[in-house]
Write a protein that binds this ligand. Structure first.
Ligand code: C2E
Ligand code: CA
Ligand code: CA
Length: 773
């Protein structure tokens, strides 16, 4: 719950809560204290009232006692009593009573027989003796007497003459007026109750009835909380067993005062609370405001706005320190970020853009619809140069080239900046916003003039040559990736074609992409279980014996589209993409399996396998070959390995040593496509080979071309002199075959005999051939 509240709300709630708690505790405490005080006041009032009541009774007793003594001592009265002079007694009693305002005055003889009664005009029962009889006769002390719902304070005195001859009674009645007088003095209502019945009260009659219904023993403290109008307390009334006084202190005023006090307190508390809420709001704001500004700051930093602004308001010291900490952090991040950005976008050697950044920038230009020319600059023979002058010097040259490109950018008359980058080793890419192709050629001349000046490397003068590939956004595409691919292609074409400047030509890219697709497909074909690759076998005829005892294995591929792919083409692709080693292993295994199968069937052919320069140089090649012939129990002698002159020249020393090794293991080696390469016959002498295959270009028209006839016949002769077997491939006519026979050529291969065939077809063909020959 707390987590859901904002920090500000938490502070406000906390402060308000604390203040509220303080107010409640203080108010409760005040309330209790006040209640106690009031309780004490009420108790005191009751005590005073009680005292007043007792005092009044005492005073009246005094008056009664004095008056009774006077009456008892009156000589005339005594005489009247002694003589039982009724008239005198009555008038004496009456006079006496009137003097002190007594409510009851009476005389009884010793038998308790009442002699005379005066009641101050009040109605009294005829015979009071039964009531009077209740009195303990204690002369000089007043007694409480309850007569027919009236309470009297009565005193008895014996009338002596000189012995006791009668008793005189004098009493006051506690009527409403008397109680009201008491109330006036004590401010407390007085009610007299006898045997649970209200006898007299200073209350109006209805209020007095309610009084009996109430529990008179409730504490004043409880009464404060209730809405009772009075607090009642029982008091003994003189020494009466029967009659008690109930003192009732009024509570309205106290209630009113108390309520006013409580209201005032609550009002005060409310005011304090409001102030507290306001203050705590202000406090929390003044705490959260700096936090908010820090929060804003972190958000800015998160959004990448690392330039931290000055705080908008004055902040407390701790926050100021924190703020400046953030600010420092922002700067640090910014520095690091710009460093990272630089490293991510730049070529660290030259400081030029790298390839991804170049593409990004180029993309912007293309999106702006600028006419952009791309120039790919490549240093001629840089690899060799690097080997000669050392990598450090090579790097210096690259840095110098980058510097010259920058000079060119400054000099070039262009409307938008030229984008320069180093995309790989010695490859530089420029994106030049041009007006038209003439403008481009002017800029190209400027570029060449800048780059093709001599370079100085520690006082050595170096003249570098460059290849330039060129493409432009109007003819060659508006896609950055594509444009870069095309200009790179143009540059590599320039290298292959040995021209300085080469523009991209329409369609080259598509052919390139097709090649890429084919390479991918070939890779899958080599891995597939049901391979779309297969082998054809073309027979070689032994011209001396007329037997077909050798074959050449030639690979075939029907691609996904069901098209037959030219083997020369995909073999070339495999060579360029590094797939050739796998492909050759595939061929070797298939051929050896086939030879093993034929051997089993009783057909014993020696089969040629075509190799590439990479195959023979690959480590593990000889091992693979040996393992495979071993696995299928095929003799090494049945396998002939064909290599072209060019393949041998690739890494002559290594290849010659490998070939010698292979020969020593029993494999035969054949020089394929002989005659079109540069190697001389003298070279052949040093090669560890068994066979010479004259290239088909000399054979195809042998029957018609005298020149070819000379070349072929002399080649056969020389080959024989070097101890080699000579094979002619591309024999298409009977006449050519006859000529070759006449030259003593050893073997003939060509369409005249048979096209390359699938294994089953070849066996069929072979059987037919055997039959006819
Ligand atoms: P190659 O090694 O010179 O193979 C001989 C080529 O001449 C074969 O073409 C064959 O079909 C063709 N040929 C044979 N007799 C005649 C004829 O009388 N007239 C004409 N016009 N052509 C004839 P193919 O099969 O198209 O192979 C082309 C090239 O592909 C091969 O030239 C070889 O360099 C390469 N190649 C084929 N199979 C393999 C292989 O398994 N491995 C490697 N590395 N290269 C292979
Ligand atoms: Ca061949
Ligand atoms: Ca050939």
């Amino acid at each position: 719950m707390l987590n859901k509240l904002s920090f500000k709300a938490q502070i406000t709630w906390l402060a308000t809560g604390l203040i509220l708690l303080t107010i409640v505790v203080l108010t409760a405490n005040y309330f209790i204290k006040t209640a106690h005080y009031i309780e004490q006041q009420v108790q005191k009032q009751m005590q005073v009232a009680g005292n007043v009541l007792q005092q009044t009774i005492l005073q009246q007793e005094q008056v009664l006692s004095t008056s009774a003594s006077v009456l008892a001592a009156d000589f005339g009265f005594k005489q009247a009593v002694a003589t039982r002079d009724q008239g005198t007694i009555e008038s004496a009693l009456l006079n006496h009573g009137k003097r002190i305002n007594a409510d009851l005055i009476m005389l009884t003889d010793l038998d308790g027989e009442s002699v005379a009664i005066s009641t101050n005009g009040r109605e009294l029962p005829e015979d009071l003796t039964p009531y009077v009889g209740q009195l303990p006769l204690r002369a000089g002390y007043a007694q409480i007497l309850s007569i027919e719902n009236n309470v009297y304070q009565v005193i008895v005195v014996p009338v002596k003459a000189p012995r006791i001859i009668a008793y005189a009674y004098i009493g006051f009645m506690f009527d409403k007026r008397a109680l009201e007088q008491l109330k006036e003095v004590s401010s407390v209502d007085v009610t007299l109750v006898s045997d649970g019945v209200i006898v007299e009260s200073s209350f109006a009659a209805s209020s007095a009835d309610m009084l009996l219904a109430n529990n008179a023993s409730t504490s004043p403290f409880e009464l404060l909380l209730s809405d009772d109008e009075f607090f009642h307390q029982r008091e003994p009334f003189a020494n009466s067993n029967e009659v008690v006084a109930i003192l009732s202190a009024p509570l309205n005023e106290i209630h009113r005062d108390f309520n006013q006090l409580i209201y005032a307190t609550f009002l005060g508390a409310l005011v304090v609370l409001l102030i507290a809420v306001g203050l705590s709001g202000w406090l929390s704001r003044s705490i959260t405001m700096p936090l908010k500004s820090l929060l804003r700051l972190t958000k800015e930093i998160t959004d990448g706005n690392l330039q931290v602004p000055e705080p908008r308001q004055a902040l407390p010291r701790e926050f100021k320190a924190l703020y400046s900490g953030f600010s420092t952090m922002g700067h640090a991040i910014e520095n690091r970020e710009s460093k990272i950005k630089y490293q991510a976008e730049r070529d660290l050697l030259t400081g030029l853009f790298n390839r991804p950044k170049f593409l990004e920038e180029l993309d912007c230009y293309l999106k702006e619809n600028l006419y952009v020319a791309l120039v790919n600059v490549n240093v001629k023979g840089f690899k060799g140069l690097n080997d000669t002058i050392g990598v450090a010097n090579g790097d210096k040259l690259l840095v110098e080239i980058a510097a010259r490109l920058s000079v060119f950018c400054d000099k070039g008359d262009v409307e938008q900046p030229i984008i320069t980058s180093r995309t790989s080793g010695d490859d530089f890419l420029l994106a030049i916003p041009i007006k038209n192709l003439d403008h481009l050629s002017v800029l190209c001349s400027l570029l060449r003039a800048e780059l093709e000046r001599p370079f100085w490397l520690e006082e050595i003068n170096l003249l570098l040559s460059f290849y330039y590939g060129i493409a432009n956004s109007q003819e060659d595409g508006k896609d950055a990736e594509k444009l870069v691919r095309r200009v790179t292609m143009a540059a590599s074409m320039a290298v292959t074609e040995q021209v300085v400047m080469r523009h991209y030509k329409q369609g080259e890219d598509e052919a390139y992409l097709l090649k890429l697709r084919l390479i991918e497909e070939l890779k899958q074909a080599l891995e597939a279980r049901e391979s779309p690759l297969f082998l054809n076998y073309q027979p070689k005829l032994n011209l001396q014996t007329g037997e077909v005892d050798k074959l050449e294995a030639l690979i075939r591929w029907v691609n996904k589209e069901g098209e037959f792919v030219n083997p020369e083409m995909f073999v070339g692709l495999a060579e360029k993409s590094g797939l050739i080693v796998t492909l050759t292993q595939w061929v070797i295994r298939r051929v050896i399996m086939q030879v093993a199968q034929w051997n089993e069937q009783g057909y014993h052919f020696n089969v040629s396998i075509n190799l590439s320069a990479q195959d023979i140089q690959a480590t593990g090649f000889v091992g693979y070959l040996l393992d495979t012939v071993g696995e299928f129990s095929v003799s090494a002698k049945q396998i002939i390995l064909e290599l072209t002159e060019r393949d041998i020249a690739d890494n002559e020393a290594l290849i010659i040593s490998r070939l010698s090794h292979l020969k020593s293991l029993g494999f035969e080696v054949s020089v394929d496509d002989y005659g079109i390469g540069q190697s001389s016959l003298a070279k052949l002498k040093t090669l560890p080979v068994d066979e010479l295959k004259i290239d088909k270009c000399f054979i195809l028209n042998l029957d018609k071309c005298a020149e070819d006839q000379d070349i072929v016949s002399s080649t056969v002769e020389l080959g024989h002199k070097l101890g080699l077997r000579v094979v002619a491939e591309g024999v298409e006519t009977e006449q050519s075959l006859a000529l070759l026979k006449s030259y003593k050529c050893d073997y003939a291969q060509g369409y005249y005999l048979s096209r390359p065939l699938k294994p089953e077809q070849l066996i069929q063909w072979y059987s037919d051939y055997e039959k006819t020959s």
